[in-house]
Design a protein around this ligand. Structure first.
Ligand code: GAF
Length: 376
């Protein structure tokens, strides 16, 4: 059944409209967002669609193509709604908490963003619902302020201590562009990202090794970064320049903090260098930056797993210009910058390597930068 049909089956009426918000791939800049740093994601064609319409009983009702039986809630506070509904209820709560009159709504959800793969399926859900409620209620919330509200829903209502990259990507990305975001000022630059014109492609390889943010590891990384910034007397690790890194590391003492800090500081510089190279049309030359980012995540930030390391190594052996894990880590997806005509061969090489290692088979596809959240 289509999402409109699921809506009609659940609520006995047609939706007022459909709103879509994409998942994302982060080209480079991992775990830099909550350090006030830089990120460079682009929106995937895979997206979450919310069919929505007014709710005459003054409550919110949500269902999905996977769970057609609606969940209902009224005015809500963190802790009320759990499971996947928390991402929706969290948006209602965050809007109300920001002083908005949120229109009661009936909502049905469908999504082809792979779940738990580091492609930001939760931000896609939050952003689709937020965009729908803003339009239905005629709420005055400018685009650049929306990601922080959706992030608040995830941080406070859902309880996941994530940064602002994923909601920013889902809401602010544009077709054919990568989003260069300064996570301190929220200023963005839309970077033209048409790889096909260069005979290149980004192959996304889903390791199919499950990942999960609400567990301790993500939060532990965040705490280490905050502890390092406090020791160094800066607001966030973004304030340490690469040139000052040796001196800063010398002040930290603790080996774990040294490695976490080195990742964040060098990763911020890699994002800036990537943006410069893309601006000069030197796309192939970003490859080594992508690969260096992976090594830094593997050795210093310690957020990779065997499946993603094998995917990166194999893609490089198969001729990729660069490859790295993308997203929060501990599984999820790898991206590889390849010649466009090498997609099948690279995917096949990774599949063969996985078989040899006894890993669950990977899923690979070529990702093209798509549009951000919008009414369909
Ligand atoms: C997850 C988080 F949600 C983002 O905020 C970001 O920190 C990312 O991991 C790592 O770069 O997707």
């Amino acid at each position: 059944m289509s999402v409109s049909e699921v809506f009609t089956a659940a609520y006995g009426t047609e939706p007022a409209g459909l709103w879509a918000a994409p998942g994302r791939v982060n080209l480079i800049g991992e775990h830099t967002d909550y350090n006030d740093g830089f990120v460079l994601p682009f929106a995937l064609p895979q997206r979450t669609v919310a069919a929505a319409g007014p709710s005459p009983d003054g409550q919110w009702h949500i269902c999905s193509t996977l769970i057609p039986e609606p969940v209902t809630f009224g005015n809500t506070v963190p802790g009320d709604v759990t499971g996947w509904g928390a991402y929706v209820a969290g948006i209602v709560w965050a809007l109300q908490d920001a002083g908005f009159e949120v229109p009661p709504a009936r909502i049905a959800i469908d999504s082809d963003v792979p779940l738990g793969s580091g492609l930001s399926s939760s931000a896609a859900l939050e952003s689709a619902v937020l965009t729908a409620l803003i339009d239905l209620g005629g709420l005055d919330l400018p685009l650049e302020k929306r990601p922080a509200l959706a992030q608040r829903a995830e941080n406070v209502y859902v309880g996941a201590p994530t940064g602002i990259m994923d909601q920013s990507a889902s809401i602010r990305c544009q077709d054919g562009k990568a989003l260069f975001l300064d996570c301190r000022s929220f200023e963005v630059e839309q970077i033209p990202f048409d790889l096909a014109a260069e005979g290149l492609a980004i192959l996304v390889i889903n390791s199919n090794a499950p990942h999960q943010h609400v567990d301790g590891e993500y939060g532990a990384r965040r705490k280490s970064c905050e502890a390092a910034a406090a020791t160094l007397g800066v607001r966030a690790l973004r304030d340490i320049a690469v040139a000052d890194l040796p001196e800063a590391l010398g002040k930290l003492g603790d080996d774990v903090l040294v490695r976490r800090t080195r990742h964040i500081v060098t990763e911020n510089q890699r994002v800036l260098d990537t943006v410069t190279l893309l601006g000069e049309g030197r796309v192939r030359e970003i490859g080594p930056l992508l690969t260096a980012s992976h090594a830094s995540m593997r050795d210093d930030f310690e957020i990779t797993v065997a499946q993603v390391d094998v995917a990166v190594e194999t893609a490089l052996e198969a001729g990729a210009y660069g490859a790295r894990m993308t997203g929060g880590g501990f599984g999820g997806c790898v991206l590889a910058l390849i010649d466009a005509d090498r997609a099948e061969a690279t995917a096949a090489a990774v599949a063969t390597a996985y078989e040899k290692h006894g890993f669950t088979a990977p899923t690979s596809w070529v990702a093209v930068a798509g549009p951000g959240a919008a009414r369909l």
